[in-house]
Design a protein around this ligand. Structure first.
Ligand SMILES: NC(=O)c1ccc[n+]([C@@H]2O[C@H](COP(=O)([O-])OP(=O)(O)OC[C@H]3O[C@@H](n4cnc5c(N)ncnc54)[C@H](OP(=O)(O)O)[C@@H]3O)[C@@H](O)[C@H]2O)c1
Length: 243
């Protein structure tokens, strides 16, 4: 049976790499074929990614959704359930960051980051977890960050939102262990993606690449159902990069 995998923030960066990795490994792992549901706010990104994934021979659907918008979250879930009747894997990857000194952070910055990273991720995870609990199986990934357990001066609110995600991961895990659902917290350090904007070449050289995160995520998914990779911490070999 095809496994139904929903990826948020799939259009760019780490989410895009995870989608491509699922697509190529699905073909190689005939025991675990999958159908991807790719979501983000930009339809053009989703269509070009879907085309690339379909070249591996797998089925792909796209669904535009802003996870900060409750109607969109509900529409993404309804879209998936109407077509497939189940969700086997959710990759909570959509996330935003505005990085600046404390004194320059506005309440709008606060609301923006918290509404996507904390509230949107909570809303989607709560509803998908409920579906998985009824199914008796499922796997939820959270792409949090090393900023989910340590602070940087340029990322006060980003860290607050990522600490919030980690709180959600840990609470959900208490439920999940009783219902056969796997929860994986993925905590990357600096990876070169559009989130960083313009990056000097000296910094680019030492940053991870999105595929460095994507490969262990799909490895974790491919573990036997009896085993859960609870945490993945991935850092540039030279340590954290601070701006
Ligand atoms: N890059 C890093 O160094 C790093 C390190 C640790 C953790 N992370 C985390 O990894 C995740 C992916 O980051 P990235 O670096 O790949 O970022 P990115 O390059 O900016 O990509 C983020 C993706 O999320 C989507 N997105 C943003 N807001 C959304 C919303 N409200 N609803 C739905 N989709 C939304 C974006 O597409 P649209 O704008 O089209 O919606 C885009 O496809 C984030 O949660 C980030 O916090 C990144």
């Amino acid at each position: 049976m095809n496994k139904i995998i929903v990826i948020t923030g799939a259009g760019k960066g780490i989410g895009r790499a995870i989608a491509l990795e699922f697509a190529s490994r699905s073909k190689a792992q005939v025991s675990q074929p999958c159908t991807l549901v790719l979501s983000s706010r930009t339809p053009e990104d989703l269509e070009s990614l879907a085309e690339a994934c379909r070249k591996t021979g797998i089925a792909v659907e796209t669904c535009r959704a802003d996870i900060a918008n409750p109607d969109d979250v509900e529409r993404l879930i309804a879209f998936t359930m109407e077509r497939f009747g189940r969700i086997d894997c959710l990759v909570n990857n959509a996330g935003v960051g505005r990085f600046k000194p404390l004194s320059e952070l506005t309440l709008d910055d606060f609301d923006y980051m918290m509404s996507v990273n904390a509230r949107g991720t909570f809303h989607l995870s709560r509803d998908v977890y409920t579906i998985m609990e009824k199914q008796g199986s499922g796997h939820i990934f959270f792409i949090t960050s090393i900023a989910a357990e340590m602070a940087f001066t340029s990322s006060t609110v980003y860290s607050m939102s990522k600490f919030a995600q980690k709180g959600l991961v840990e609470a959900l895990r208490l439920y999940a262990r009783k219902s056969g659902i796997r929860i994986t917290n993925v905590m990357p350090g600096a990876a070169l993606t559009p989130m960083w904007g313009d990056v000097p070449s000296s910094m680019q050289e030492v940053m991870m690449r999105p595929e460095d995160i994507a490969t262990p995520v799909v490895d974790a998914w491919l573990q036997p159902a009896r085993t859960v990779v609870e945490e993945l911490v991935l850092r540039p070999t030279g340590g954290d990069i601070t701006t």
